[in-house]
Design a protein around this ligand. Structure first.
Ligand SMILES: *Cc1c(COP(=O)(O)O)cnc(C)c1O
Length: 385
């Protein structure tokens, strides 16, 4: 069922207890080697594509630095993200401000950090850029229907195919440099088919725009690339190679960009969390963990993600249990009716593939600290396994 395991960073069962004993619980372990592997695999399958890592998925500095060393560019959405990358020495040329509705503060940051690439999807944004940022090089963000995506970003953003040509003309008439189109097929898209649909639509618009005297030279195919998820099968390499085939078929001479978030960071982080309380209600066990919905498991809510919980306990018994977080809010329940081996207080669980939309949206609600993130490449030599 699982994707080829070689692409997924997972600490060994033997390392779990020593890590928690030395560094405490809950604990996040990041492998920068995992980040490297994911980036290089994407470049291997989509060799002509320029990668802009969508930093909202996980803005950990060590991820950003690893990608910077590999030559990656970055997708940003706010003044804060632009300034963060600028402070790390990332030139504005390597950023795209891919938020179709920009703030004034964001545009001020663009000016300070020489960011000129940006997306738009409305006439109101054209007017805003004409007024506040006339040097913008813009890509029109298209809306692509994709009901299969885990998180459908097209409910919020994107111009329809019918609006596209008019908006491109308006942007050009407003004096903006119109460079291309962008789309996002939706996060965690596990087949190449939605990319094909989007590429076909983009191709049509490229052709029609050219007839109107607008020469588009860049196509940004967005993010959405998947990671292996619990209870689903994924043929990642086959899918990436299909996306590349479609790109080459429809856009052999166009500069291609992409904006992966989840794909780059999702599999490179593991969570260790401990059972801190056990009870039974209506005959069903409840396990309280030291990490919850307001922490790393925020992805349950914000990202619809179904996390895998590994206990490695040797038992053939199975129960259906509720897993709750440590806060005093009754919302703080992650999983209900989750089949598991029976657990007890002190057991440590390993949650693989929890690098995307997890710590990025964690809070300090109720006074709980965010789980610290340690580097596997540093701590692995510090523990006795
Ligand atoms: C969130 C986002 C991404 C990253 O999406 P993933 O599904 O994590 O790859 C890329 N581009 C834009 C504009 C986004 O908002």
């Amino acid at each position: 069922m699982r994707m080829e395991v070689k692409h997924i960073f997972q600490i060994s069962q033997r390392a779990m207890k020593p890590l928690v004993q030395k560094y405490g619980s809950p604990l996040l372990i990041l492998s920068t080697e995992g980040i490297r592997r994911n980036y290089l695999l994407l470049k291997q399958y989509l060799p002509r594509v320029r990668v802009f890592y969508a930093i909202k998925a996980n803005p950990d500095l060590r991820i950003l630095q690893t990608l910077q060393e590999l030559g990656s560019s970055f997708d940003v959405a706010s003044a804060g993200e632009i300034e963060l990358l600028h402070s790390l020495g990332v030139p504005g040329e390597k950023m795209i401000y891919a938020n179709p509705v920009k703030t004034k503060a964001g545009l001020v940051a663009c000016g300070n950090c020489q960011v000129t690439k940006m997306t738009f999807d409305s006439a109101s944004e054209i007017a805003k850029l004409q007024e506040l940022y006339p040097q913008a090089q813009v890509l029109l963000r298209l809306r692509i229907q994709n009901t299969q995506a885990l998180v459908d970003l097209n409910k919020k953003f994107g111009a329809s195919r019918e609006q596209a040509l008019e908006l491109l003309q308006q942007a050009q008439a407003a004096g903006l440099q119109v460079v291309g189109l962008s789309f996002h097929v939706g996060s965690q898209t596990i087949s190449a088919a939605p990319y094909k649909v989007a590429l076909e639509i983009a191709k049509e618009i490229f052709t029609q725009a050219e007839a109107l005297g607008i020469k588009l030279r860049v196509l940004d195919i967005g993010g959405g690339f998947p990671i292996a998820a619990r209870n689903t099968s994924l043929e990642l390499e086959k899918m990436l190679s299909q996306v590349n085939t479609y790109v080459e078929q429809f856009f052999p001479d166009t500069e291609i960009w992409c904006e992966p978030g989840r794909y780059i960071c999702g599999t490179a982080v593991n969570l260790l969390t401990s059972v801190i309380g056990v009870t039974a209600r209506d005959g069903q066990p409840w396990y309280f963990l030291d990490e919850g919905l307001y922490g790393t498991f925020s992805g349950v809510i914000f990202d619809n993600w179904d996390f895998e919980l590994l206990s490695f306990k040797n038992s053939t018994a199975r129960v259906k249990a509720t897993f709750a977080g440590p806060s005093c809010d009754s919302l703080d329940i992650m999983f209900r009716q989750r089949e598991t081996v029976p657990l007890e207080r002190g057991d440590v669980l390993l949650v693989p593939s929890c690098g995307a939309y997890t710590s990025a949206s964690a809070t300090n609600f109720n006074g709980f600290s965010k789980a610290p993130v340690l580097l596997w490449e540093e701590v692995s030599s510090q523990i006795e396994i």
